[in-house]
Design a protein around this ligand. Structure first.
Ligand code: HEC
Ligand code: HEC
Ligand code: HEC
Ligand code: HEC
Ligand code: HEC
Ligand code: HEC
Length: 292
């Protein structure tokens, strides 16, 4: 899985004031009515309008979508998007936008085809490629940015649910003591920063497995077959129930924020770059204790 730069821009395509004769479009919808610039390679099967512009039917297969009230549009229909459904949605985007130009390399894939270390990947974060044979102290790692902030250049500070809430110091000494005890027990690295706050790398490791010897505390992490594929989720039968339960509140929130958040109850199928598995709660129990 690659990060799609297009996606970062997606929410920025706001929509101008509605005029009465214009069809109602959701906020942050794709641009319509524009002619593709030369450079863009529109899939021939997606037909443009009479003047070569993007029209509703270029992308949507539903009849009269432009005359249908927003809340009656069947977004679950197969041809809601031409040739759909698409999973992930970006497969649809790539029918017109160039995939290569819009994805970036997953720097966490640190071995090349021959199984050699890709030094340039190391040097995004380390000034020099560290010697993997040596036992290095933290200040010998020559990190370009502090450990707290090293991920922010490429990831958001808020990459997922509950990430921000975690970047604090444990409220209780109990949690600190528990973490210390668990580190000893599992012989695992799970660092806090110099203010004793949780960081991204408290839960995640930046390295592909085997870059650091798995016998070392820093080398212990979950095993993932395909890091390019990354973290994957599978649908869960509860999803329909879960979404129905949240629908009204989510709708209100979206109206307030002028966003289109969706909620999905999914199960993690494949974990990556975590120091301990989260699916069975092991990671969480490193810091949290629950009453039985
Ligand atoms: C130079 C850019 C860069 C830096 C720095 C970086 N990442 Fe990433 N990371 C990526 C890219 C590219 C991907 C591929 C998936 C994507 O695009 O989201 C990725 C994916 C991930 C994933 C998901 C695994 C997957 O393959 O889907 C996790 C977890 C992750 N990074 C954690 C971190 C953490 C923790 C740090 C800080 C120690 C960090 N990253 C620093 C670029 C970066
Ligand atoms: C370039 C492609 C493209 C064009 C042209 C286009 N759309 Fe869309 N439209 C999309 C995509 C992509 C989505 C979002 C699908 C998703 O998030 O699952 C969408 C979503 C929608 C939705 C569903 C919003 C919701 O409830 O989630 C409606 C309604 C819609 N478009 C109406 C229109 C109308 C009316 C036109 C013509 C005026 C139009 N679209 C033209 C690509 C397009
Ligand atoms: C039918 C072809 C088509 C599809 C499918 C399509 N786009 Fe576009 N997109 C265009 C055209 C044409 C433009 C107008 C700008 C241009 O041609 O340079 C555009 C413009 C954009 C822009 C404005 C920035 C820019 O490069 O000009 C973004 C962002 C964008 N599309 C994202 C998406 C995303 C995300 C998807 C998938 C959900 C998607 N597009 C699907 C044809 C398409
Ligand atoms: C996204 C940033 C990032 C990248 C890329 C990265 N490292 Fe690191 N590295 C760190 C951080 C942060 C630490 C300290 C925390 C840890 O060990 O997990 C570290 C620690 C280490 C350590 C010490 C482990 C120990 O036993 O304590 C070694 C050795 C190392 N890195 C080697 C490498 C090599 C080799 C590469 C390239 C293949 C690389 N790193 C790429 C961020 C990175
Ligand atoms: C409390 C632990 C924890 C902290 C702190 C944390 N994460 Fe995560 N992160 C997770 C878990 C659990 C997942 C779910 C995926 C999995 O199980 O492999 C995840 C997933 C991710 C993903 C992949 C998302 C996806 O759906 O593909 C990225 C990227 C990521 N984290 C980056 C970060 C960054 C950057 C930070 C710091 C700002 C951070 N995380 C802080 C636990 C954490
Ligand atoms: C490195 C330690 C650490 C790990 C690992 C960890 N947490 Fe936490 N968690 C914290 C800290 C610190 C807080 C802040 C509140 C506190 O100190 O009790 C917190 C708070 C929370 C909260 C309350 C958030 C809020 O809204 O206030 C939830 C829920 C939570 N964690 C769930 C999890 C889950 C689920 C996992 C495993 C995926 C996990 N935690 C892993 C340290 C951790």
């Amino acid at each position: 899985m690659k990060l799609i730069i297009l996606f970062l821009m997606w929410p920025m395509i706001g929509f101008a004031q509605q005029q009465d004769d214009k069809p109602e479009l959701p906020a942050f919808h794709h641009v319509v009515g524009v002619k593709p610039s030369q450079a863009r390679d529109i899939d021939e099967k997606l037909q443009l309008g009479e003047e070569g512009e993007l029209v509703c039917s270029t992308c949507h297969g539903l009849d009269d979508i432009d005359k249908t009230p927003l809340d009656e549009v069947d977004t679950e229909a197969e041809d809601f998007l031409q040739g759909g459904p698409y999973k992930p949605l970006t497969d649809f985007c790539y029918r017109c936008h160039n995939k290569e130009k819009n994805t970036r390399e997953n720097i966490h894939v640190m071995f090349d085809e021959k199984g050699e270390i890709k030094k340039q990947a190391c040097e995004y974060c380390h000034e020099k490629t560290p010697d993997r044979e040596k036992d290095l102290k933290f200040d010998e790692l020559k990190l370009r940015i502090s450990m707290t902030e090293i991920c922010y250049g490429c990831h958001l500070k808020d990459p997922h649910f509950n990430a921000v809430e975690h970047q604090v110091k444990p409220e209780t000494d109990e949690m600190m003591d528990h973490l210390k005890k668990m580190r000893e027990e599992k012989q695992i690295l799970m660092p806090l920063n110099d203010k004793n706050e949780v960081m991204c790398i408290s839960c995640h490791t930046p390295h592909q497995r085997d870059v650091i010897n798995v016998e070392k505390p820093a080398g212990k992490q979950v095993l993932v077959e395909d890091l390019e594929e990354g973290i994957t989720y599978k649908d869960h039968p509860w999803n329909a129930v879960y979404q129905a339960d949240k629908a009204v509140r989510l709708d209100e929130l979206n109206k307030q924020l002028k966003k289109q958040y969706q909620l999905n109850y999914q199960r993690i199928e494949n974990e990556a770059l975590l120091r301990l598995p989260a699916v069975n709660g092991e990671l969480c129990l490193q810091c949290h204790t629950f009453d039985k």
